[in-house]
Every structure is written in C-alpha cells, then in structure tokens.
Design a protein around this ligand. Structure first.
Ligand SMILES: *Cc1c(COP(=O)(O)O)cnc(C)c1O
Length: 371
C-alpha cells in the first residue's frame, strides 16, 4: 500500500471524478484540426493580448475593475458579487459554506449539471434527487424534502435539457425553502434568454444565490471566470473560504474587457446568431428518421433522442471517426439514447449534418448489399 492510498480519505479512493468534456477528450493542441461540439463552448473568438506589467505582484482579492464591470452589466451591486474561477468554483464554495461534511445534504433535480453532485461527494455531503417531470420542477416532491437539505440546485436554462424552468416554480421553490435551505439558480446560459433571470429577486429573498459564468455566451471558457450573485452576508461567508488570490491578473484584465460596451455588443450578437443556428439544427434533427425527440432549447446546445441505443452509438461513433465530438448524455436520468450537440459555427454544424447524411447513406447501402 502506498502512502497515498494508506493516508487518503477512504471515500476518495473509489471516487470517479467529473467526466468533463476535456477529460474525456483532451485538447492536445488539436483545437483547429477537430470540431469541438461537446462542451457548450462558443466557436473561435478574437485574440486577447494582456499587459503583464504587474505580473510580479499578487492580484487584488477581487479586482475592482472586474467587479465594477460585472456590476454594470448585471445591474447587481458590487457588494453582492463574488468573482470565482468559473461558476464551478461557486458551486464548490456554496457546498463547503452551507453543508457540514457527513451531516448535511444538497438537493438536485436530474437530469442536470453533473458538478453539483461531484462537489457534494468531494465534500462528504449527501445528494437528494428530485427528478424533473417533463423537464420542469416537481413542486410536490420538493415540498416533501423541506427540512432535509441545506442547498437546492436549480439550473435554468437547464444543462443538458436546454429549457427554462417555469419562473413561478422557481419562485415557489425559493419560498418553500425560505427557512431551511439556500436555493441556487445556475444561470450559466442566461445570456441566451436574459429576460428569464432571477437575479432581480436577490433583494427579496435572502436564501437565493445566482450563478453566472463567462464560459458560454461570452466565449471565454479557457479563462475560468464566473460570478456568484447573492446578498452581502452570503458573499462575506463565501469570501472566507475562497483561495486568497482567486482571480489571476491576466484573467481580470481580459474579463473586464469582455464586459465593456464593445465586448457586450459582441456577446449579444453571438448569442443571437447561436439561437438562430440552434433553431435550424433543431428543425433539421426533427426531420431525421433516426431522431425520435428534439428537446426545445434556450441555450447554446441541442439535446435530442435517437430512435434506439444502436442508432445513438452509430451517430456518436460516425461523428467521432470524422473528428466531430459531441456529448453522450444517455447515462443521465430520463435521457436514454440522448446526445447533445453544442452550437459551433455554421460551417461546423453543416459539416456535422453532411457527415451524418453520408454515414446513413453508406449504412443503408451496406445493408442493401447484405440483403
Ligand atoms: C458550463 C457550466 C457551468 C460551469 O461554468 P464554468 O464557469 O466554466 O465553471 C456551471 N453550470 C452549468 C449549468 C454549466 O453548463
């Protein structure tokens, strides 16, 4: 037995880490030779240069240019913002702040984003599951869990489902858990549906936290920058446990620029284009005989169900063989035979369609030959 296995927390030895798109398929410098439609990133973006004059100094704990820029964009006061290393760090901080290890639980509504359960497991928090019903919250079952959980994670627009949760259901959930749990609304994709935000409720509900990121509509997944929006008391608690210098100086510099007037205009333009491409991809998928369901989307990806397990594997493998990577979601609750395509550029999506058309033709021909 090595020191690592002898001394480590026992439950970590068998733990399976989050199967992120990049862990399943490493970039290996192949960002230009493959088509990456598996991580809900935006397609290619302009280059940013950084001014590294002060790189010998530690950055400010919360760089004020960055916080002010996000405050201007979101309409949320700087006191109610915490910049983090991606929204993922926000998830982890919330669980560590509110859940006592091996005593408290979080609640999730699958199918949903995988990191809530992974961060909980890492920290020794139980995970209570209240599955969505037809992609919406099951309020009656949620009500039955009041008192059993410390943090409730909702995702709207949802990943990997793509739809918005009914706003009155989110509100009912926040009210239901008012005295017993924090309700986190993960708004990673809110720029594709800005009117649906719940951030305007922060002053009304002191148990609400909203998560945001620059990884999706802002096209900065590689930067690792997200924001937690909450009342001052919550922000102060999270600030106690976050790393001392969470935001690297070059990150703050680039992120601030992405949030200036010009950056915001580009982001909005990108979001509109993405929505058009998503609707036309959804229409196309709907017409395919091998596709049995297309989930309505308010985000930068389309989830669809294949006729059967065999066609799902065929589609995934054909695309992979042609260097087009999408995400298999078929292991998730309720998502048997489902695949998710991130909205890349128009050219990338055309290539995906052509590849599938040709692969199915070839498959049919082969079947005919066999007959
Ligand atoms: C991508 C994503 C995140 C993580 O975003 P980062 O800021 O890149 O860490 C969080 N929640 C959901 C629902 C996501 O899809």
């Amino acid at each position: 037995m090595t020191s690592a296995t002898k001394l480590a927390r026992q439950e970590l030895i068998d733990m399976v880490p989050y199967q992120s798109a990049r862990r399943l398929q490493a970039g290996n410098g192949e960002f230009n030779s493959k088509i990456w439609l598996n991580a809900n990133e935006a397609p290619g973006n302009g280059e940013y240069s950084v001014n590294s004059d002060c790189i010998n100094r530690y950055p400010d704990f919360q760089p004020s240019n960055l916080i002010q820029a996000y405050s201007n964009y979101s309409g949320i006061s700087p006191d109610n913002l915490l910049a983090t290393r991606g929204a993922d760090e926000g998830i982890e901080l919330i669980i560590r702040t509110f859940c006592r290890a091996y005593q408290d639980s979080i609640l999730i509504c699958p199918p949903t984003y995988g990191m809530y359960a992974i961060s909980a497991e890492n920290h020794g928090a139980e995970v209570i599951k209240v599955p969505l019903v037809e992609q919406q919250l099951d309020l009656a079952t949620l009500e039955s869990k009041v008192g059993q959980t410390k943090v409730v994670f909702l995702c709207s627009p949802g990943n990997p489902t793509g739809n918005l949760l009914n706003k009155q259901d989110i509100q009912a959930t926040i009210e239901m858990f008012a005295d017993s749990a924090i309700v986190v609304v993960d708004e990673a994709y809110i720029e594709f549906s800005p009117e649906a935000t719940t951030a305007t409720w922060l002053s009304k509900y002191d148990n609400l936290i909203v998560l945001r990121t620059l990884s999706k509509a802002f096209a900065l997944a590689g930067l690792r920058c997200g924001f937690t929006l909450a009342n001052k008391a919550i922000i102060e608690l999270l600030s106690k446990i976050i790393a001392p210098y969470p935001i690297a100086a070059p990150v703050a510099e680039i992120a601030s620029r992405a949030l200036n007037a010009n950056g915001l205009e580009q982001m909005q333009h990108r979001a509109e284009q993405t929505q058009q491409l998503a609707s036309s991809l959804a229409l196309w998928l709907n017409k395919q005989t091998w596709c049995s369901q297309v989930f309505p989307t308010q985000a930068n990806f389309v989830l669809f169900r294949c006729q059967d397990e065999q066609s799902k594997t065929f589609i995934f493998d054909c695309l992979m063989a042609n260097n087009i990577l999408i995400r298999d979601q078929s292991k998730q609750t309720q998502l048997e035979c489902c695949l998710r395509i991130s909205i890349g550029s128009e050219q990338e999506l055309n290539q995906l369609k052509q590849t599938l058309i040709m692969s199915f033709q070839t498959q049919e021909n082969q079947l005919k030959v066999v007959e």
